[in-house]
Design a protein around this ligand. Structure first.
Ligand code: PLP
Length: 336
């Protein structure tokens, strides 16, 4: 039985053509700046995001941490959403390794942060307080594409109050696809952004931090300290370059499959399906039926996750047939 793996868009395997590009990659020692494929990738993503420079990173976590450590010093703080990856899902790295305090805020129902709550969180310049230095946002957030107006207003407020701005854009290409704008337009609101190649873009390894030359120079030192100085990294960077050439437009297919999945699950009693905006479908199961669902799905060759809510993610390695099997397996569990 072929397994339909909907746990995450990180489970994709490099396609044969991507492997071919990786095998052929020209390489050098990237710590010396000698790897032509890494350099090409950095130039390409800097240009796509409209930033001066970019740095290839081992992971999105490393990229966000190097960004926070470049924007902030010891005793500074960053304002962030409770559910943002840079607060909740990165093992507290900014505090532990950066000596940078997070100031998490509750989200509005649509995933945004209220401008009033951001404003209220910015501390006066007084010896009692950490220095508010940075606003971190995330897009997509939980599969939602947060509106351009929110990003424009929140970052304008931050700038007015002297804060720098960073976007965790792990899935910013999904956000751009859903919002119908170029990634550059989203990036234009932020001083820096981090982009993952290893999510929906389907590359095996890596992220990029994009920003000004000065910020990237600083991030390069932090990256080295964080163990991210790689050598012949062109082998993996070639996968990311291939993804930028071939896997961006097809993100719309993932979004369509997520809608197909959500529509297939509509109308089951005890199941609430959130309308997906990108490639992630969240499902809430009422009462005691929740616990048995994942094992049931697994026995039918369908994998999903359920850390907070049940989550199904579509990606490169999922097709309509797989989505339909997932729908059938859920319906079967609820006897509908
Ligand atoms: C996956 C992800 C990251 C970084 O993840 P890594 O696994 O460290 O590459 C950062 N932010 C968001 C929103 C993510 O989904």
């Amino acid at each position: 039985m072929k397994v339909v793996d909907l746990r995450s868009d990180t489970v994709t395997r490099p396609t044969p053509a991507m492997r071919e590009a990786m095998a052929r990659a020209e390489v050098g020692d990237d710590v010396f700046g000698d790897d032509p494929t890494v350099n090409a990738l950095q130039e390409r993503i800097a240009s796509l995001t409209g930033k001066e420079a970019a740095l290839y990173m081992t992971s999105g976590t490393q990229s966000n941490l190097a960004a926070i450590m470049s924007h902030c010093g010891r005793g500074d703080e960053y304002i962030v959403g409770q559910m943002h990856h840079t607060y909740r899902w990165e093992a507290g790295g900014a505090a532990v390794l950066g000596s940078v305090q997070p100031q998490p805020l509750e989200h509005e129902a649509d995933g945004t942060l209220s401008l009033a709550s951001i404003e209220a969180a910015i501390k006066p310049d007084d010896a009692h307080f950490a220095k508010s230095r940075l606003l971190c946002l995330e897009n997509t957030l939980g599969g939602k594409a947060l509106p351009m107006s929110f990003m424009a207003e929140a970052t304008a407020l931050a700038r007015r109050r002297g804060l720098a701005t960073h976007l965790d854009g792990a899935r910013v290409f999904n956000a751009a696809t859903a919002l119908g704008v170029p990634v550059r337009e989203i990036a234009s609101h932020f001083d820096s952004l981090s982009v993952c190649f290893s999510k929906g873009l389907g590359a095996p390894v890596g992220s990029a931090l994009c920003g000004s030359k000065a910020l990237i120079k600083s991030a390069q030192r932090w990256r080295k300290m964080l163990g991210g100085g790689l050598r012949q990294a062109g082998v993996i960077a070639a996968g990311a370059l291939y993804a930028l050439d071939h896997h961006v437009e097809r993100l719309a297919d993932d979004h369509a499959l997520a809608r197909r999945l959500a529509e297939g699950l509509q109308g089951i009693a005890g199941l609430t399906v959130e309308r997906p905006e990108t490639n992630i479908v969240f499902i809430d199961v009422a009462g005691d039926r929740a616990a048995g669902l994942l094992p049931h799905l697994e026995s039918r060759g369908v994998l999903a996750t359920g850390l907070y809510r049940l989550r199904f993610v579509t990606h490169l390695d999922v097709d309509a047939e797989g989505v339909d099997r997932a729908v059938a397996a859920v319906r079967d569990y609820f006897n509908v």
